[in-house]
Ligand binder design. Sequence first.
Ligand code: SF4
Ligand code: SF4
Length: 244
Amino acid sequence: MDRNEFIHAEKLSLQDRFRFSCDGCGKCCRDRGDITLSPYDLVRITGYLEITLEEFIDTYCEVFIGESSKIPIIRLRHTAVCVFLMRGKCLIQEAKPSVCVMYPLGRISLKGENKIKYFLQDTDCGKKDSEVSVADWLRNLGEEHEECAGLWHELIGSASEFMRSISQIQEESRLRLQGVIFGLMYDGYDGGKALAPQLRKRIDNMKELHQAFATAVETGLVSPGDAGERRNTDGQADDNIRVF
Ligand code: SF4
Ligand code: SF4
């Protein structure tokens, strides 16, 4: 599904219904380079596997900088067959990534509306022989997932705005700030506590960082760089619409 198709696809809310049943073919666990992970996913998976974030990333993930968003993105390692697929079964079934739970639904958020919506991806897998509500399809994600998805979208947007605004500063400083942004986005969450308040705190911290940088530019401590860059080429970040 290309970008225009999902932007114009019918948007679904939790109470809406769609026709689909999974026949367990496993195609969605092969050759996937798009299983990006949010803190919600990372807390669930590392808790389930009882390993640290660092161990999980080193063993199972790739981290890269989004071409347009400029922010660090964590995704499951892109392999021919998912690293968690064993004898046709997902080894982290109870805690698998949101992207996997949702499939063939995708998730989208629209700036200004402050709402998460879903859409049915154009897939030829499964059958259309039964009807299910979006809420039922996503029930394994837990009650906090939609609120956290909205907050994660806000945090991504804020981090992306900041990173694009500093894209022209000296590489050494930019890399250091990338490390700070990575920590703010992904590290140090308490899996024993509700995640939504922790995400709100990160959003506040991100704003404070942005403000501190703006002050440093105003006082001549750092050069502003080119803050005008706005491109929407990596399909992950955009000022008004984000699929995640
Ligand atoms: S995490 Fe599980 S459901 Fe997701 S692609 Fe891997 S094996 Fe499949
Ligand atoms: S969601 Fe689709 S691709 Fe994935 S196992 Fe079910 S039928 Fe196959």
